[in-house]
Ligand binder design. Sequence first.
Ligand code: BGC
Length: 365
Amino acid sequence: MKAIRAGALLAAVACVLALVGCANAVAPGDTSHPAVDPQHATIGLLLPDSTNTRYESADRPAFESRIHAKCPGCTVAYQNASADAARQQQQAESMLAQGVAVLVLDAVDGQAAASIVNEAAAKGVPVIAYDRIINSPDLSFFVSADNDQVGVLQAQSLVARLHELGVPKGGGILMVNGSPTDNNAVLYKKAALSVLDESGYTVLAKYDTPDWAGSEAQTWVAGQITQFGNRIAGVYAANDGLAEGAIAALQAAGMSPVPPTTGQDAEVAAVQRILAGTQYMTVYKPIRRQATIAADAALTLVNGGTPAGTGTTKVAGKTVPSVTLTPVAVTVKNVKKVVIDSGFHTVDQICTPAYASYCKEHGIS
Ligand code: BGC
């Protein structure tokens, strides 16, 4: 005990001597959080699932490379929750116990994760809400895409395509939404419905897909095909993983051509389906830029600063500085420009042997 107390005293003295280094990183009055050396800080990154490819292929690598480029002595502690909110809570707690200086948290459950933010605040550790808002008044920063706009783009594209195909008013749409614990999914659904409800087309049925699991979407869509059959003229799917499940069900039922289906994330497999004509559209979001912005904000916090947003977001009665990035609707018409020419995916990733002929057909080489 004595040795620990003496250690704590020494650390406190060191803080007094080097005010810049620790007074900034430790919340006033907080004695539980060890002094942080900004040049050797550990930054916690908690992502929500690994069935959607963006997290391991874009968010995580972009975040880590930005931190390492700007702070070579810093470490990123990374965990993926596999869509399990309780697991994410444990992952966050173990990071806090390990002494992370900042948490960058993409919450599985935006309500439940408020308790993670609470625990972090009690230790003087700032939290950045990454991609999904967390219902807490104690956030330091929020970076995401314009999520209302994502839902609007998806629904507008679907409606425009149904018009183009000559589907008469009253034509049916299945709505495959994301996880109800993700506030983004709530926003996509609401924004998409605001367009679909005015379109003259009929939403036959809606489903909130647990955990954003494509396999659940596939099972649900298969059941709807049994019920509605050829009345299904189009499918609103909130992201590419759900689109994959929906399209598998439509194909298994022999629906050819596959009714136009939406998506989001511009996953490699979705871009391939768009080229092959089995998925109508996806939504591209500047994910790497988002990760870079979050990394910069985390380093600002490590150094005792306040990250500046380009705007603010209201959450739990407080205002948090935020950055909102612009999504882009992607169909076969602009996929080359938006997804490949921008460097988001390479030609080699998209034009695998099975898709080479589609790439050729669409001038991608
Ligand atoms: C993200 C989407 C992602 C989905 C499933 C949403 O919160 O914004 O990009 O596809 O979660 O992980």
